[in-house]
Design a protein around this ligand. Structure first.
Ligand SMILES: CC(C)(COP(=O)(O)OP(=O)(O)OC[C@H]1O[C@@H](n2cnc3c(N)ncnc32)[C@H](O)[C@@H]1OP(=O)(O)O)[C@@H](O)C(=O)NCCC(=O)NCCS
Length: 159
């Protein structure tokens, strides 16, 4: 089955493939203090349990992506990142909605995620999409100054 969702800015969303690993590592590295090597993305991309959704143009230039992991009836958002040039245009929301649409055909009934409690853009996005905070984890994210940030654990039913 061909998977394809429309996205703002003339882009679309489709499943990520092994060849995308370097682009995903680059965008991820622009977005987080601790990036992941492209080999890590290659492993996710090779595993059916951790699908990647990319927002890209007709020439497959990638503007953002979401990576999830499905275990039984739960799905976890491992990461979502949009190229800084493309932020604020609705791609983050479009990626999450594509994920929800795809999961309707899967056994997953609930999605979880962790987010830095100071990451307002991401928290606002998740709240708008119906996620609620269910707990927090102190000392979860390392910071450049050696301190550690608290993570909120958020959850949403998938219907
Ligand atoms: C979080 C992120 C993926 C959002 O992507 P985006 O494409 O810019 O988001 P959208 O344009 O789809 O915005 C959707 C909603 O998110 C919220 N939002 C997005 N950017 C925001 C900002 N800078 N400040 C406040 N709220 C913001 C808004 O509520 C927005 O809805 P609105 O446009 O109706 O107001 C992006 O900022 C990013 O890549 N950040 C770095 C990586 C990261 O922190 N990922 C999350 C880790 S858990």
């Amino acid at each position: 089955m061909m998977k394809f969702w429309m996205a703002p800015g003339g882009l679309h969303i489709e499943p990520g493939e092994t060849r995308d690993a370097k682009d995903l590592a680059r965008i991820h590295g622009q977005s987080f203090y601790r990036g992941w090597p492209s080999e890590e993305f290659e492993r996710f991309l090779a595993d059916k349990a951790s699908p990647v959704y990319i927002a890209c143009d007709a020439r497959r230039r990638i503007a953002g992506f979401a990576l999830i992991r499905n275990v039984a009836d739960e799905s976890e958002l491992l990461t979502i990142a949009v190229d800084p040039k493309w932020r604020g245009k609705g791609l983050g929301r479009a990626l999450m909605e594509a994920v929800f649409a795809d999961l309707l055909l899967s056994p997953a009934r609930c999605m979880f995620l962790e987010v830095d409690e100071q990451n307002q853009p991401a928290i606002r996005l998740y709240e708008k999409l119906g996620f609620a905070t269910i707990s927090s984890r102190k000392g979860y994210y390392p910071r450049p100054d050696g301190s550690a940030a608290t993570a909120l654990v958020m959850a949403r039913d998938l219907g």
